[in-house]
Design a protein around this ligand. Structure first.
Ligand SMILES: NC(=O)CC[C@H](N)C(=O)O
Length: 309
């Protein structure tokens, strides 16, 4: 059944287009499809290339939020960023101006994520990046690096994110300079990962912060639960409600075509219990979600009854 779901999802790869507003992402070949599912006992289902091959993009928002909450405490972060969906595109600026006092609605949109990037531990961009990379390396048990070409290509064209950051600075939400916040955010979007890495992050969240494969405690249950609530309500941009209804799994997508999912309890063929899922297919829809990736998760959820609702 898993192979049938995979084969069906693959027929959707060409229905999306790689993100073109970050020029380097436009070079991704649209036929690619990879997926990894891991369960709490270390059983895997893997399909496609499982090497680090794509950049986190918006999925970095989940990791940064977790790091900021663990370092400062949840309330400190929530004083600067709300937990409320917007229904607007991820890079929208409008609510920073139209709602007083311009507090970003949630950490899964760019305004909230740039605010969170400014809170990451450290005195410099390098410190902040190193801190997050170290955290990511520990969860995934593998080293990660920034794709410099993707970073360069975005930082040179990220005028809209700069505009968002200036609004945030004007309203006193940034803890560092505008350029530092934008550079930190953009560099972390450019971290390279594999579907296996995403699956391991999802598994850690399914364990409410305790990684089932190692029993290591990475984050508090409180942070894990708020993160999953944010993923469910805001993780798929302005399609989050629709996917909550049709799929019902906490998820976070990125414009590179990656999707991170976490399942607290499920049975998918030989995999069972807590599950982490990572999917990659670079063809995205107009909203920014991977077309084949979402098809795979939708079929998986419907076939194996994985919805939390
Ligand atoms: N939705 C995304 O994945 C967006 C991430 C991208 N780096 C941006 O800020 O535009």
């Amino acid at each position: 059944m898993l192979m049938e779901i995979t084969n069906e999802a693959k027929t959707y790869t060409k229905r999306g287009k790689p993100a073109s507003y970050i020029p380097e992402l436009a070079l991704q070949s649209v036929e690619q499809f990879a997926a990894c599912i891991v369960d709490q006992n270390g059983n895997y289902f893997e399909v496609g290339n499982i090497e680090p091959q794509f950049t986190l993009q918006s999925i970095s928002k989940v990791i940064n939020f977790i790091v900021a909450c663990e370092y400062h405490g949840l309330q400190f972060v929530l004083d600067k960023v709300d937990v409320e969906p917007t229904g607007d595109p991820f890079n929208s600026i409008i609510r920073l101006e139209s709602t007083a006092p311009g507090k970003p609605f949630n950490p899964m949109i760019n305004a909230g994520a740039i605010t969170v990037a400014s809170m990451l531990p450290g005195e410099s961009v390098k410190d902040r990046i190193d801190y997050v990379v170290d955290f990511l390396n520990r969860i995934t048990d593998s080293p990660h690096q920034i794709n410099e070409a993707v970073y360069r290509s975005e930082i040179e064209t990220t005028h809209r994110n700069r505009a968002i950051a200036y609004y945030l600075k004007a309203n006193d939400y940034l803890l560092c300079d505008v350029e530092e916040a934008v550079e930190t955010y953009t560099r972390l979007c450019s971290l390279e990962v594999s579907t296996k890495d995403l699956a391991k992050i999802g598994l850690m969240l399914a364990g409410n912060g305790v990684h089932p494969l190692t029993n290591e405690k990475f984050i508090t249950p409180k942070t894990a639960k708020v993160t999953k609530a944010l993923m469910t309500t805001c993780g798929l941009y302005n399609a989050s409600g629709k996917y909550a209804a049709s799929i019902g799994i906490p998820m976070k997508s990125g414009v590179s075509g990656g999707v991170l999912c976490t399942v607290s309890n499920g049975k998918v063929e030989h995999l069972e219990g807590k599950l982490g899922i990572g999917v990659y297919s670079p063809g995205i829809d107009d909203i920014g979600n991977s077309v084949a990736g979402m098809k795979f998760i939708e079929k998986l959820s419907q076939t194996y009854d994985l919805s939390i609702f």
